[in-house]
Design a protein around this ligand. Structure first.
Ligand code: FEO
Ligand code: CA
Ligand code: CA
Ligand code: CA
Length: 657
């Protein structure tokens, strides 16, 4: 069962365990270079990064966005349809903005619609063509594939919830001067923009999935928002964390589209998985409602032997759930167009983990009986004129449907990854990072709301359970499950914990365990905490990326900065591969088909630096390199920049061999 080529990870330690250096460190024998960073031009008409954040919104809208996250390299095809390893289209998420770094004078001074528009232009997705020329990777800055998708890009809404009344929102004329209500209400099949694009997925038919996570933070209001007792909108706001203060963005002050009171249904148009076709830059992104609405982290697909397709998804918030969506149709490998709308019909399931290492997928359908003995169609949260409307409400309020059926509250489900079925390994085995949870383990287990089965999981303090065994889980863990019958349509599975992350060097409580692991690097130097990014390369190596404080302080004093480790799924052997700059998060990973070029994302180096001293915590990447990977594009001095690095092996070999 062991993929032979993962046995010899042969990846030596990159970086020391506790020292945080403000650079990317990779193992001896590897080289990292800067591929593309916030503000780089990626499409025709783009302007070069200035360094002082003086770009306008229109200029930002043709540059790489801020705070890179999940990404995927789509190879272009050469002669005979061969997937190229020296030319492709990179789709990358730009999750959020650090407003003080985005403007020369920070966020507060003279806040204006111009600032809102620039912030909106720095969110979304960056699509750029990459080429390797004479051994050096570069962004093709004038490529027709180059594209920015922002908070203001027109999108389509499809699937069972499209057209539902809750998705009908005010129509605005969007200009540089502000968003002006036209007096019309949309028909619920259109949306404007995508935000908080965290991790990602792909489809078997070659499209990109960008997942909307903390969309609630971008909305706000200058007055109190509806309370749960006031009705459906108040309940939705409460369950999805929509509050007047937001996360400190000020978009709603100048753009009424993001004002929760002016336009309450607008928030229902976010929290979806959005499909983007990298081969067709003119095509509108599509919000696929069949996959449910929550704070989506990633969407990992699996195609089984019957060509049935499932997408495995986490909802990243304390005590939220793990989901899967199974397409009703089958994948047609011979006809790309035939798969175009596979994401529009199927079944959304939520996971329930039992102490005996078995589990169940519970279908979120109108006839499913909740823990209160009432079918979802008879639950007041989902009541509708017919089952089609009930299903639409289940999808829009997926979290509340998970509450109603008693799904297992997890320690913040982040990325999902599927172990390749190669070298004799044939199980459908999915891994999920559970990054941490400081709201588990008190005495009080929340009781269900008698009327609707709702538990408002986000504010709950559930007891520890087998799948989430630590009270106050500081360091996180990785859980995996195997679908019964080796099919994605299974409604039962078996599971175990792959790793409990933490600090083995000092055996702090709770003690870390790399289950069945060798963890053979000395002094706990393969330790990590707060696993977030997780991805299997096509050769069977498991890569795990972390998102903790990142400056080697507090609970991470023996662990150091954020990092990427490589693990063997068969043995648990884990070694550190890369360590990031100060106060960054390592997130986003993809590879060329030949395995010889690895792309890794660095988000928010120097997190929380004030505009008055932007380099207070980090001056990366210009402190590490003077030019980009192409060898010619200079890096101006200035504020720290989220970026994608390109990593190759000095002997030209496959990464990790
Ligand atoms: Fe955006 Fe859950 O990380
Ligand atoms: Ca993440
Ligand atoms: Ca995270
Ligand atoms: Ca982070």
């Amino acid at each position: 069962n062991v993929p032979a080529n993962t046995r010899a990870l042969n990846v030596s330690l990159g970086g020391s365990a506790s020292a945080v250096v403000d650079k990317i460190t990779v193992p001896t024998g590897y080289t990292a270079k800067l591929l593309v960073a916030w503000g780089d031009p990626i499409m025709p008409g783009g302007t070069a990064f200035k360094g002082d954040a003086s770009e306008t919104a229109a200029q930002q809208a043709k540059q790489y966005g801020m705070h890179t996250d999940g990404m995927h390299f789509f190879p272009l095809q050469g002669a005979g349809g061969v997937a190229l390893s020296d030319r492709g289209v990179l789709c990358a998420n730009n999750e959020y903005t650090h407003e003080d770094l985005l403007f020369p004078d920070g966020q507060a001074a003279g806040y204006s619609i111009a600032k809102t528009r620039k912030s909106q232009a720095a969110h979304g997705v960056s699509v750029c063509e990459l080429r390797r020329v004479n051994g050096s990777w570069q962004v093709a800055k004038n490529s027709p594939y180059g594209r920015r998708i922002t908070a203001n890009t027109p999108c389509r809404v499809s699937g069972p919830a499209a057209g539902h009344a809750l998705l009908k929102s005010k129509v605005y004329q969007i200009t540089d001067a502000g968003s002006i209500a036209t007096g019309a209400i949309s028909d619920g099949t259109t949306a404007v923009g995508t935000i908080n694009n965290c991790a990602n997925g792909t489809t078997p038919w070659g499209t990109y999935l960008t997942c909307e996570e903390n969309f609630n933070g971008n909305f706000g209001s200058t007055s109190a928002v509806p309370a749960p007792a006031s009705g459906e909108t108040g309940k939705l706001f409460n369950r999805y964390g929509l509050v007047a203060a937001g996360f400190g963005y000020r978009w709603h002050e100048t753009d009424p589209r993001f004002d929760l009171n002016a336009n309450p249904n607008e928030s229902n148009l976010f929290g979806w998985v959005v499909e983007i076709d990298p081969a067709n830059p003119a095509a509108a992104p599509i919000k696929r409602t069949a996959l449910g609405r929550f704070k989506h982290e990633s969407a990992q697909h699996v195609v089984d032997a019957q060509n049935r397709v499932a997408f495995y998804m986490g909802d990243d918030e304390r005590n939220e759930y793990i989901y899967k969506f199974v397409c009703a149709g089958t994948f047609n490998p011979a006809n790309r167009a035939a798969n175009r709308d596979l994401l529009d019909s199927g079944t959304l399931y939520v996971a329930k983990f039992a102490a005996d290492l078995t589990g169940q997928w519970i279908a979120l359908l109108p006839g499913t009986i909740g823990v209160n003995g009432v079918a979802l169609r008879d639950n007041p949260n989902f009541a509708g004129a017919n089952d089609a409307e009930v299903l639409a409400k289940i999808l829009i309020k997926a979290r509340m449907a998970g509450d109603a059926v008693g799904a297992t509250m997890m320690d913040r489900p982040e990325w999902t990854g599927a172990r390749p079925r190669i070298n004799g390994y044939s199980d459908i085995e999915i891994y999920c990072t559970l990054t941490n949870n400081n709201r588990r383990g008190s005495s009080a287990t929340p009781s269900a709301n008698a009327a609707d089965g709702s538990t408002t999981a986000g504010s709950a303090r559930p007891a520890v359970d087998a799948a989430n065994p630590r009270a106050n889980n500081l360091y996180g863990h990785i859980l995996r499950w195997r679908e019964d019958g080796k099919t994605v349509t299974a409604t039962t599975f078996t599971w175990d914990l792959f790793a409990q992350a933490g600090d083995t060097a000092t055996s702090k409580t709770p003690k870390a365990q790399y289950e069945g692991a060798i963890n053979d690097s000395p002094n706990g130097s393969a330790d990590y905490g707060a696993p977030d990014g997780l991805w299997f390369d096509p050769f069977g190596r498991l890569w795990v990326q972390t998102d903790q404080i990142g400056d080697g302080s507090g609970d991470f004093i023996n662990i150091g900065g954020n990092m990427m480790v490589c693990a063997d799924p068969a043995t648990g052997e884990t070694r550190r591969f890369l360590t990031g700059p100060n106060k960054c998060e390592i997130t986003g990973i993809t590879m060329t088909p030949d395995g010889r070029t690895l792309f890794v994302g660095v988000q928010h180096p120097g997190e929380d630096a004030p505009f008055t001293n932007p380099t207070q915590f980090s001056n990366w990447p210009q402190n590490q390199w003077s030019v980009e990977a192409d060898g010619t594009t200079p890096l101006p001095a200035g504020r720290p920049r989220s970026a994608v690095v390109v990593i190759t092996k000095d002997d030209g070999g496959v990464i990790g061999t």
